[in-house]
Design a protein. Sequence first.
Lengths: 131, 125
Amino acid sequence: MASQNRPLSPHLQVYKPQLTSVMSIMHRATGIALAVGTLLLMCWLIAAATGERAFNDVQAFNASWIGRLLLLGWSYALFYHLCNGIRHLFWDAGKGFELDAAYRNGWLVVAASVVLTAAAWIWGYASIGAF
Amino acid sequence: MSLRSPLGKVRGLGSAKEGVVHWWAQRMTAVALIPLVIWFVASIAAMAGADYGTFRNWIATPMVSILLVLLTIATFHHAQLGLQVVLEDYVHTEWLKIACIGLVKFAAIGLAVATIFSIVRIALG
C-alpha cells in the first residue's frame, strides 16, 4: 500500500538525540512550563490587589527555598523560550536554517539563556542588598 | 503547477482560508513579548524583596500599569495559542481534544481578566 511508504517522523526511543531535536522539544516543554508558571506570577499580582496579608504570604513563599527553586526554573524557562523564540522568528524569515548555522545559533541560545538567567538573579540579589 | 485559485493567491490564502491567522497571531504576540518580557523580568528583579507599599506604588505608576496590561494580554494570548497546538498534536480523541482546547481558552480569558482587574484595581485604588 502506498501509505506504508510515507515518511515517518523520527521514533524517539531509537533516534539519537541531537542539539537541534533536544532544543525543539525543550521549546515546547518550556512553553508549557511557562503557562503554568504564569499562574504563580498572577497570584503575586492578585495578592497585591487583595491586601497586605495575602501579599506578605506570597512574598514569604517566593522567598522560601521551594519558591526560589520554582522562580529559578521559571526564569530559565522564560529566557530559554525567549532566546529560542527569537531563533524561531529568524527561521520564519528563512534565515539561519543551514545545518552549521542551526548548530551555531543553537549553542548561542543555550549560552544566552544561561547568561541572562544568571544576570537576572545577580540583579535580584543585588536589589535585596545581598552583596 | 499551482492548485491555488487566482483570488486565493491575491488574498494570500490557502485552502484553509483563515489557517494562517493562528500562526500569524503566534508570531505577532511573540514579537510583542520580546520587549515586554525583558522589561518585566528586569523590573521584578529590581523589586525583589519589596514590601507591600513599594510594590503597589510601582504597579500604580501609569506606564507600569499600561505595560502590565499589555504583557497580560500578549502572554495569555500567546500561551493559549501554543497550548492549543500542543493539544492538537498529542490528544487524539476528538471530543477530549475539543474539550481540552475549550478549557484552555476559557481559562486563558478568565485568568487574563482576573489579572487585568487586579492591575486596574491597584492603579485606581
